[in-house]
Design a protein around this ligand. Sequence first.
Ligand code: ZN
Length: 429
Amino acid sequence: MFTLTIKRTALFAALHILVPLVLATSESQVSLSSLSSNSYNQPHLSSTFDNGYDDVDFDEPRLVRFIVEDWHGDAVMLEEPVWVTERVKLDSKRTGDGYIDITEHPNYNPSRYSAAPSPTHVYHPPNSTIVPQILPLLSTQEQRSNLEIFTSFHTRYYKSKTGHASSRWLYQRVLNYTSEYATDALREAVGIELVLYEHKGFKQESVIIRLIPRRSLNSSESVERLHEITIIGAHCDSINNENPFYRSPGADDDGSGTITILEAYRAILQNGYVPLSPLEFHFYAAEEGGLLGSLDISDAYVKAGKDVRGMIEFDMTAWVAAGRPEEIGVVMNGADLALSKYTKLLIEKYLDIPWIETRYPGRAASDYMAWTMAGYQSSHVLEGAWEGVNNGNHHQVTDSIDVSPEFSFEHIMRFTRLAVAFAVELSSY
Ligand SMILES: [Zn+2]
């Protein structure tokens, strides 16, 4: 689906064309007869706002693996694969039963579920002289104006027209920043790839930014095999649990994470920072559909033999619940122990609020788990301890910037500092 070629031009945009999706194999016909019964009879599951594509089908069979409700320790546990309809998926999401959707990866077999210390990347104590130069470039005003536009799309649901348009807007924003801030000197030193990453089965794209030191490009060997990649991630879709075509601003989930890493990228570019190993920013499509975007991408990295030094995900970075201390939640379940520990060191060095360990309860899931299950080291930071997370509004029309003073651009800025620190410290060797 996706072949990476390193172009020697300073900047290029790659639009990857897909073969048409074919569901009518004998295997899927057999599966159709064993679909779970349809308990989801909401009448409006259609293009209420003329916001759908013709191919949106809520009776479509999907292969999912639910997350086991009682995790053992900090390992991600999955139930056996089961075929359900898209309707059942939506219904399950509404009741909090999380899953990953492996329809495009039917033989998906995670190589790693937990924080078990199998990968062995080395994380040096944070000591960058460049991070302190970049932090003053960060702009809350820039973030606010980006989030106002990003939340003005009716929904960023991955099967909707506005969800597709929102990803195109994000891509264009990244393109504009790159044109504006990447100097000739930087382009001499770093190859910059901007990728609009297409997925099978829905039109919303993921957006990937790759900064590749040119000293690697001069090698005759594959650059991916030469260097360990640092990945900064967030998801760019949103959803309304009542009906995916209803209004869903997704300001906190995960507009906040999106503008967190977008601003980190902008400031790093503005500084002219030259990484010594590959540095990437990933904006995943369709996280709310069962990690569809991150599963596709992490699986492609495994198949391409890429080595990832560390991945961090920013999913919900805006909320400081009334009466609770302002903290950075470090999610421990499904994350890598060594990288989570390193993330805490970065918080201690570069932020003036503390971290707190927290855990997803029950069946919650997010994109970092796709990277863990692909065998890579990942960590995940959250707006606070789980008990104080913005669960009253997320996946609803009320997940907006102005719903409450608890929505804090200052809090987002702290995560943005962390994103810069993680990106620069890990790509400086
Ligand atoms: Zn989210």
